[in-house]
Ligand binder design. Structure first.
Ligand code: HEC
Ligand code: HEC
Length: 295
């Protein structure tokens, strides 16, 4: 990780020339103004093609041992080059994308400086983008300061919310640790009541019981990342809390934690105040002012 490598990754992340028709960059679906999501239920890629899953935030993805809703990629380097050649995302080929970047002297200069050779390769594109993603970090929110000993950092309401989060509502069984995720996969019933449900983790492992399991997402910057869940099926944070309160969508693989919570109106408000206290900013980055020009 060097500043030059991160800056190169930032330019690539915002560069729509990686896509087949020059219209879609990583930031189209991972837009900093929307907490690095796209505000859509499921993403729309090149030529208006719609995928089946919601774009997750890339905030704090540096801490994730595996990526995607189903955990199918093990590293950010591996993940970063996937969308370029994905027919419903950037719909390009790696060869075309690399050729286009190689035609920009401004990129060749930076690749020479960062990787020791001006030749743009797809592996090095992945490395630079991954280095940039590792700088998109959130922490130091009121909740962090509270658990680090500053008792006044949380409002009365949020403090009650934290108690509910750990006890009555037991959110902490899955949303645990600094990044509020156990990095595990659970079936909490989302989208699993329809006729042809997304099987999630099962599509990667083939292990019985993994049907409908998805990665526990971080709870950072939630006000920016609506709609929620892997299929974008919950519109607001109030809706998410209602969803857990109902303990809905029974199915054979449902996590046994998913039971009606019987929260009062005050308790729902307390939980909401806590979710807001997980947000401390710091993750927003600006788009590059200028991208390397083509001759
Ligand atoms: C057309 C929209 C779209 C584009 C363009 C796109 N992504 Fe994504 N991204 C998604 C969706 C949807 C997912 C979730 C897919 C899944 O889990 O199966 C995702 C997942 C990810 C993840 C995993 C996050 C996590 O928490 O597991 C990372 C990291 C990521 N994208 C980075 C990138 C990078 C880097 C680029 C550009 C090279 C890019 N994306 C381009 C829609 C997009
Ligand atoms: C059994 C594990 C588990 C428990 C308990 C749990 N969650 Fe989750 N949470 C998940 C998983 C897995 C997802 C993603 C599910 C999906 O998309 O299919 C999720 C998604 C969410 C989301 C949406 C985030 C996003 O970016 O889309 C929020 C908000 C949330 N949980 C808050 C809570 C709260 C509040 C509680 C307690 C009332 C709670 N969770 C309890 C595992 C859990």
């Amino acid at each position: 990780m060097t500043p030059a490598k991160v800056e190169l990754g930032r330019q690539l992340f915002f560069d729509a020339r990686l896509s087949s028709d020059g219209t879609i960059s990583c930031a189209t679906c991972h837009n900093p103004a929307m907490g690095f999501t796209d505000g859509r239920e499921t993403s729309m890629g090149a030529q208006g093609q719609v995928g089946g899953r919601s774009a997750p935030s890339v905030i704090n993805v540096a801490y994730a041992p595996n990526v995607f809703w189903d955990g199918r990629a093990a590293s950010l380097e591996e993940q970063a080059i996937g969308p370029i050649a994905n027919p419903i995302e950037m719909a390009n080929t790696h060869e075309n994308a690399v050729a286009r970047l190689n035609s920009c002297p401004g990129y060749r200069e930076q690749f020479a400086h960062v990787f020791g050779s001006p030749e743009v390769t797809i592996e090095n594109v992945g490395k630079a983008i991954a280095a940039f993603e590792r700088t998109i970090l959130a922490g130091n929110a009121p909740w962090d300061r509270f658990i680090n000993g500053d008792a006044g950092a949380l409002s009365e309401e949020a403090r009650r919310g934290w108690d509910l989060f750990q006890n009555k509502a037991s959110c902490v069984r899955c949303h645990a640790g600094f990044n509020l995720t156990d990095n595990q996969f659970h079936n909490i019933g989302v989208g699993f009541d329809g006729p042809d449900p997304d099987l999630g983790r099962y599509e990667v492992t083939g292990v019985d019981g993994d049907q409908g399991r998805f990665k526990t997402p971080t709870l950072r910057a939630l006000r920016y990342t609506a709609p929620y869940m892997h299929d974008g099926s919950e519109r607001t944070l109030e809706d998410v809390i209602e969803y857990y309160n109902r303990g809905d969508n029974p199915n054979p693989c449902l996590n046994e934690q998913m039971k009606p919570l019987e929260l009062t109106a005050q308790e729902k408000a307390d939980l909401l105040a806590l979710l807001d206290a997980f947000e401390g900013g710091g993750w927003m980055v600006a788009a590059p002012i200028q991208l390397p020009a083509e001759p």
